[in-house]
Design a protein around this ligand. Structure first.
Ligand code: FAD
Length: 493
């Protein structure tokens, strides 16, 4: 009897788990190797003194993408985790005020009360975002980009011609004139890893997703989403090995023949290899002539910011905040310069989540879990003083606006930053979200799913298309698997 063909997936983030499911469904014996002690990748969790912390994604947006994924296997997200819609979706703190992201009619009234006319502008923004999303989903989301020539495909041409140009924030400012209104709408672009003045307008569909599709909380947090993906993969027969770091991809007779495991030197043969880890790290394990991109290519990429993540366990409830809270500096109106090579001395925009408000099981004894995420440019030299200063400024800012001194109630505190992303995920420049999603690094200009040199080596994950963000990672796994299988993914409306 002929042996089943073997697919090896490197990396067990959402992209790797997704790719593994499709390869297993196609009949491949599928082996997934994850370097850390558990799969999930960026969707990591920590626990201390009974407090459960979220170190990665917390905004469950674009729920249709998760539905489409589970549907491909005859299942639903709810077969694996519960989903609760957050209402209001979040609170936006600006330098002078705070407003809640309410449902569309109430939001329009709120924005009109700040600046007459902005309510109508907001409704237009939602409608336009919805059109962009449906065109994006129909013609661009599932595109397996091979290069510039893909721009000539009729479906791609017509979608791109109808897409807005510029950045997400340039679109918002045409329709909403008050600073508070713009901050409220634009402050969530960090879900895709970049500020709104960098996020391409072709990706400016978050207003639709957030206000119409909703922001959801998966019961237990994103760890439940990871468990759902893992459980589906195992049902499909994927063999998952945690604590197995791939050291290199072996090449024989012009194809990727096996992976070699670090420290133990074990060789695992493969007919197909999908790297869903760090693109540049896998590439650098190959000899130069087999690499799709040169080292110069990688060093000239713009990387999305790193993050300082402060996880706090507090001994009491925290007043005046919601599950998700965005803080924006509307006084200077300055967005983070993601290419900066120096530490920001003044804190700009950041995010605070308090998931224990929705899920009290995350914090013991009526306490609270608070996660503060502060973006900083990737690749900065470690400077503890600069890092501490930003953290202190964030504490002061939060305490000031909510009228409650968080310093007085801290039971546990953990801080991670760029070295966490470098060490845990092999992330270049300690970036939190990999190759940044910018106008110069979108669509065919992102690292491609299929190796240019080895016909059976493929890539998935946030460095590839569609880009950073948990739902996109899921799609990238499908694109890499379909590319490997020579199939074309069908768009779903
Ligand atoms: C702080 C933060 C907040 C975020 N917030 C949100 C949010 O609210 N909503 C949202 O949608 N998205 C959010 N994101 C983005 C989202 O989490 C990521 O884009 C997505 O999870 C990336 O998935 P991935 O599978 O591509 O990569 P990863 O999750 O990084 O997975 C790659 C895996 O490969 C493994 N690996 C690396 N090298 C090797 C090797 N040599 N051998 C074996 N395994 C290896 C790594 O350990 C890792 O598990 C956030 C990201 C961060 C960092």
């Amino acid at each position: 009897m002929a042996r089943a063909k073997q697919a090896v997936i490197i990396g067990g983030g959402l992209a790797g788990l997704s790719a593994a499911c499709y390869m297993a469904r196609a009949g491949y014996r599928t082996i997934l190797l994850e370097k850390n002690i558990s799969v999930g990748g960026r969707a990591q969790f920590g626990e201390d003194a009974g407090y459960k912390f979220n170190l990665g994604p917390s905004w469950y947006v674009m729920p249709d993408i998760y539905e489409d994924f589970f549907n491909d296997f005859g299942q639903k997200p709810e077969d694996h985790y519960t989903l609760t819609r957050l209402s209001p979706a979040y609170r936006s703190f600006t330098s002078s005020s705070s407003s809640d992201a309410l449902e569309i009619e109430r939001m329009a009234e709120l924005l009109d009360s700040i600046k007459p006319g902005d309510g109508l502008g907001f409704k237009r923004l939602i409608n336009r975002s919805k059109i962009i999303y449906s065109k994006f989903k129909l013609s661009l989301l599932n595109e397996i980009w091979k290069g510039r020539r893909d721009l000539l495909k009729p479906s791609v041409i017509s979608a791109l011609l109808s897409m807005p140009r510029g950045s997400s924030s340039s679109r918002t400012s045409k329709l909403i004139s008050s600073k508070e209104g713009r901050a409220l709408v634009d402050s969530t672009s960090s879900i895709f890893g970049v500020p709104s003045n960098v996020l391409p307008a072709a990706y400016s569909f978050l207003p639709y997703s957030i206000f119409e599709q909703g922001v959801w909380y998966p019961g237990g947090g994103f760890s439940s989403v990871v468990s759902g993906f893992k459980s589906l993969a195992q049902q499909l027969g994927v063999e998952i090995y945690e604590g197995y770091q791939v050291e290199k991809v072996e090449v024989q007779y012009g194809s990727a023949s096996a992976v070699i495991i670090k420290d133990i030197g074990q060789r695992i043969p493969a007919d197909i290899i999908i790297s869903a880890s760090s693109y540049s790290t896998t590439e650098s394990s190959l000899e130069t002539s087999k690499q799709s991109y040169s080292s110069g290519y990688w060093s000239s990429r713009t990387y999305s910011p790193s993050s300082i993540i402060v996880s706090l366990g507090l001994n009491t409830r925290v007043p005046n905040i919601l599950h998700h809270n965005t803080f924006t500096d509307t006084e200077t109106d300055s967005e983070l310069d993601i290419k900066s090579t120096t530490w920001p001395y003044k804190i700009g925009s950041f995010h605070v989540s308090c998931p224990s408000l929705t899920d009290p099981t995350l914090a013991p004894g009526g306490g609270e879990v608070l996660t503060i995420t502060i973006p900083v440019p990737a690749g900065l030299r470690v400077e503890e003083d600069s890092e501490n200063s930003l953290v202190s400024q964030a504490f002061a800012r939060i305490s000031d606006v909510i009228g409650f001194n968080i310093n007085d109630h801290i039971t546990t505190k953990h801080v991670v930053s760029s070295s966490y992303f470098r060490d845990m995920f092999n992330s270049p420049a300690g970036s939190a979200y990999g190759v940044a999603l910018t106008n110069k690094q979108k669509f065919y200009k992102r690292p491609r799913a299929a190796s240019k040199k080895l016909k059976n080596l493929f890539y998935a994950g946030q460095d590839t298309n569609p880009g950073p963000g948990a739902p996109f990672a899921v799609v990238s796994g499908k694109l890499a698997a379909y590319s490997a299988l020579g199939k074309t993914p069908q768009a779903k409306s």
